[in-house]
Design a protein around this ligand. Structure first.
Ligand code: DOR
Ligand code: ZN
Length: 348
């Protein structure tokens, strides 16, 4: 049993984050910049970030929206949104930019703002070839979109129908299987080459699918991929706390307005940036693996992306902090994970 009530680690990075745009962006960005030195910014705006030029403009908006104290310390790592029309030349331009670090593959229709995503990945094979040549990682939302496939099986079926073939056909392509939720995803990543890694969210390690229906329907626990059964949650905690360099931190914090979540057709996404590192400390503490937190949160990600590790440190303490019922989100509100409850670990 780890008795320590404080832990100092190299400042972490968030390798999967949604910050939206406009005044929504300025409402949430401070929570991330307070904790993390860098974050991989997802490109699924309502007008997706499909080019290096759009990524450059979005990056400027993010930097402008940063609270003054983080303007020099926080670096947004930009991504492009893959479409059926993405050209190999755009990948080269992205690589040359120095600020685009990956390309995100959303199967069309899989999740929020994915309609303009990829409907036929085979048609993108020439682009994937260029990405492998340019050492540009492919970030994968790994769920099939076939409505006849059970929603809880969509990640497993995606592995069988798509991911195994991509890994085989592009052995030198770096692939991040994003926000994995199943033991099948853990096994795939463990058995693949070092070019294949995965991010794991805090919410998929804190909650299982019962949280969606506790006493009634719980829209603030709805995300995609959807929460899975307990055995999968346990497999994720085991992978994250194993020390295996293929697994690293990606919050997938995905804010939506309260009204769009508490809705007859509620949006997918859970806001967790208010406890972006603290929730992970709680998970690792409970698993008796606090000694593995630093590598998962601060080393494995930059090592995979070929970026330097951060130099400064943060200290976390086993101390309760209240979580607000809502946060301001643009002109509206957003309900954060564990609203009205507590963070059990806090930044010291
Ligand atoms: O829950 C999710 N929310 N999953 C995604 O893949 C997208 C994200 C969002 O952008 O809201
Ligand atoms: Zn996401």
């Amino acid at each position: 049993m780890t008795a320590s009530s404080k832990i100092t680690i190299t400042r972490p990075d968030d390798w999967h984050l949604h910050v939206r745009d406009g005044n929504y962006l300025s409402s949430v960005l401070g929570d991330t910049a307070k904790r993390f030195a860098r974050a991989v910014i997802m490109p699924n705006l309502s007008d997706p970030i499909t080019s290096t030029d759009l990524a450059s403009e979005y990056r400027d908006r993010i930097i402008n929206a940063l609270p003054a104290e983080y303007k020099l310390s926080f670096d947004p790592l930009m991504t492009l949104y893959l479409t059926n029309r993405t050209k190999a030349s755009e990948i080269k331009k992205a690589r040359e930019s120095g600020f685009v670090h990956a390309v995100k593959w959303y199967p069309a229709g899989a999740t929020t703002n994915s309609d303009k995503g990829v409907s036929d990945i085979v048609a993108c094979y020439d682009v994937l070839e260029t990405m492998a040549e340019e050492d540009m990682p492919l970030l994968v939302h790994g769920e099939v979109t076939d409505p006849t496939v059970d929603v809880f099986d969509r990640e497993k079926v995606f592995i069988e129908q798509f991911l195994e073939a991509i890994i085989k056909n592009f052995p030198t392509l770096k692939i991040v299987f994003e926000h994995i939720t199943t033991e099948q995803a853990v096994s795939l990543v463990e058995s693949a080459s070092d070019n294949v890694a995965a991010t794991i969210t805090a919410h998929h390690m804190l909650l299982n699918r019962n949280a969606l229906f506790k006493g009634g329907i719980r829209p603030h626990h709805y995300c995609l991929p959807v929460l899975k059964r307990e055995s999968h949650r346990k497999a994720l905690v085991k992978a994250a706390t194993s020390g295996n360099k293929k697994f690293f931190l990606g919050t997938d914090s995905a804010p939506h307005t309260r009204a769009s979540k508490e809705n007859a057709c509620g949006c997918a996404g859970i806001y967790t940036s208010h406890g972006g590192i603290e929730f992970y400390a709680e998970i690792f503490d409970k698993a008796d693996a606090l000694d593995k937190l630093e590598a998962f949160a601060s080393f494995h990600g930059p090592d995979f992306y070929g970026l330097p590790r951060n130099k400064d440190k943060i200290t976390l303490a086993r101390k309760k902090t209240e979580i607000a019922d809502t946060i301001t989100f643009g002109d509206e509100t957003c309900v954060p994970l564990r609203a009205g409850g507590h963070l059990n670990w806090s930044i010291d």
